[in-house]
Ligand binder design. Sequence first.
Ligand SMILES: C[S@@+](CC[C@H](N)C(=O)[O-])C[C@H]1O[C@@H](n2cnc3c(N)ncnc32)[C@H](O)[C@@H]1O
Length: 289
Amino acid sequence: MPDASNVGAVLLAAQTRLKSAGVDTPRLDAILLLAEAATLSEDLIRSRPEMPLTHDAVVAFEAMLQRRLRREPVSKIIGRREFWSLEFRTSSDVLDPRGDSETLVAGVLAAIPDRRVSLRIVDFGTGSGCLLLSLLHELPNATGVGIDVSPPALSVAQDNAERLGLSSRCLFRLGSWGKGIEGTFDILISNPPYIESGVVPGLEPEVADYDPLLALDGGADGLDAYRALLPDLVRLATKDAFAALEVGMGQDVAVSHLLAGAGFGEIAVLPDLSGIGRVVTGRKSVQIP
Ligand SMILES: C[S@@+](CC[C@H](N)C(=O)[O-])C[C@H]1O[C@@H](n2cnc3c(N)ncnc32)[C@H](O)[C@@H]1O
């Protein structure tokens, strides 16, 4: 443990150790963890290197640093992550909300001309609830169901719904995709596990060791979950429902075909901020009798 007990010295020592451990953003991570450990603002940590730290803060910081040195993500250490400008609780039981997934939220909102309409949304594989809850936050008259096969993930989602004041408009259900779910939904979304099984062990440790395997592994070609959930998606869709599915890099064409084959039209691929096709959307084709 470093002897120095001012912000600048503690940060410098931590930064060197994080860099040696292969962490990509050592300074930023050290600042975020020190702010959390010392219950100080990030601004103070950045601007007051001479500020002394209490013994308790240094001890708490070292415990957090040890976790980050084992490549646990900062968000899992501090237990929260921002998504869609909202704060979500995260844990080892859920996929950390990813910035790329905001593409799905934006894509759904762009397809809704009037945000005040009452809509029913279903989220297959809800995890932390970040997609469903962000949409409910933007759509004041919408209600939603979040489904997951992981009971601890559903507890995190329920907790997030309560913290965000949205629990009266959503339900979380334990199950595999849409099994046992009845009724119809106007908006159907999913960010299912889509990494090819053979690729998972080689992912960076922050993902492979700390996101649940259930949230990552999409089978041999990464597309198992899409094939499994599509029949439920079709069964639960209203006649002009809108569907939005997040996909992995290079999966947009295959998933577009799957969605079109299931009877959805107006298929579109939405790029994320890096220009990668990240979300496939479609509208249930109206059947003319
Ligand atoms: C990639 S994570 C997405 C979590 C969250 N929707 C998000 O975007 O951050 C996929 C989620 O699907 C869930 N899942 C995996 N298999 C499932 C199944 N058969 N039925 C329902 N959910 C499943 C996992 O537990 C995990 O929470």
